[in-house]
Design a protein around this ligand. Structure first.
Ligand code: THG
Length: 281
């Protein structure tokens, strides 16, 4: 089970036989006042700086999200995707809840992108899956539906099945669907980490497809967030997560160590290479 994502010049393979793939999350105006203001002004300089910084610290793919109050995503998302493509050579993850914005960005993208995202909601399935098919992309499927985000892992797994069935019905193979099991703050519900991890485990057993998590939410509202995020990343990888949406600079050392410990780093090559890189500075 292998998902291939590409830029014009680089290919990234996602799957159990490969090291954990890091998607840099920093091009996202959520909680970032300066980036939001720049985006409202149509200024993409910060976006390009963040793209370069993330590629330099080892992000394998870069997520591009420009969704914030006062921004027309249909106009700005393709511009941001174009600007990031001119700045870095890694593949991109095109992130919007608006199908029109996704399509505008897909039209300019050079390569095979990851689309973030489709959900189990009827409206989302009906509008996003045809775009995935038309542009031969891969897609992240969020385990939420018209009734919201289930608390129980059984319901989340059922939504994962539904997304895969509906994708296959329009001719998208299941290796091109990556299921996001969704992460919520343990500060609000101490069982939420367990529910997410159980969902990962069940999706891997029942569907055998690739799984992704954005892990930063796990620590929301608690002190020393980085410790919690890194611990959760290690647990998630051990449970079978193939791909993470994260701040690559903050979690890459833990990801490399975890991949090494789980035999996903032949001859410790990646770990040692990253260590050498750090020593130089
Ligand atoms: N799954 C999928 N997509 C996702 C998520 C996911 N996209 C959005 C999010 N989760 C991942 N991206 C972010 C982006 C920013 C932050 C967290 C996750 C974040 N921002 C700081 C804040 O809000 O405090 C801003 C501070 C800063 O660094 O400047 O934490 O789960 N498929």
């Amino acid at each position: 089970m292998e998902t291939m994502i590409s830029s014009a010049t680089k290919q990234v393979l996602i799957g159990d036989g490969h090291p954990t793939v890091l998607i840099g999350e920093r091009i996202n105006p959520a909680g970032k006042k300066k980036m939001s203001e720049a985006l409202r002004a149509g200024n993409l300089e910060i976006v390009c700086q963040e793209a370069l910084a993330q590629a330099q610290v080892g992000a394998d793919i870069i997520d591009v999200c420009v969704s914030t109050f006062g921004v027309d995503e249909v106009t700005l998302l393709p511009q941001a995707v174009q600007a990031v493509m001119e700045t870095v050579d890694v593949p991109l993850c095109i992130d919007s809840a608006k199908p029109e914005a996704l399509e505008a960005a897909l039209r300019v993208y050079n390569g095979r992108p990851l689309i973030n995202s489709v959900t189990g909601e009827e409206n989302s399935l009906a509008r996003v899956l045809p775009l995935v098919k038309k542009y031969q992309a891969a897609v992240i499927g969020l385990v939420q539906d018209d009734e919201g985000i289930p608390k129980k892992w059984e319901r989340r797994v059922a939504i994962a099945h539904k997304i895969v069935e509906r994708a296959e019905a329009v001719g998208i193979p299941k290796e091109d669907v990556i299921i996001d099991c969704l992460t919520f703050a343990v500060g609000a519900d101490t069982r939420s980490g367990r529910i997410t991890i159980e969902t990962v485990h069940r999706v891997k057993v029942e569907l055998g497809i690739n799984v992704i998590l954005g892990t930063s939410n796990i620590s929301f509202g608690l002190p020393d967030r980085n410790v919690i995020n890194n611990a959760f990343v290690a647990i998630a990888i051990a449970a079978g997560v193939n791909c993470l949406i994260v701040d690559a600079a903050k979690v890459r050392p833990t990801v490399l160590a975890t991949d090494l410990l789980l035999a996903r780093d032949e001859h410790a090559r990646r770990y040692v290479e990253a260590y050498r890189g750090r020593q130089k500075h």
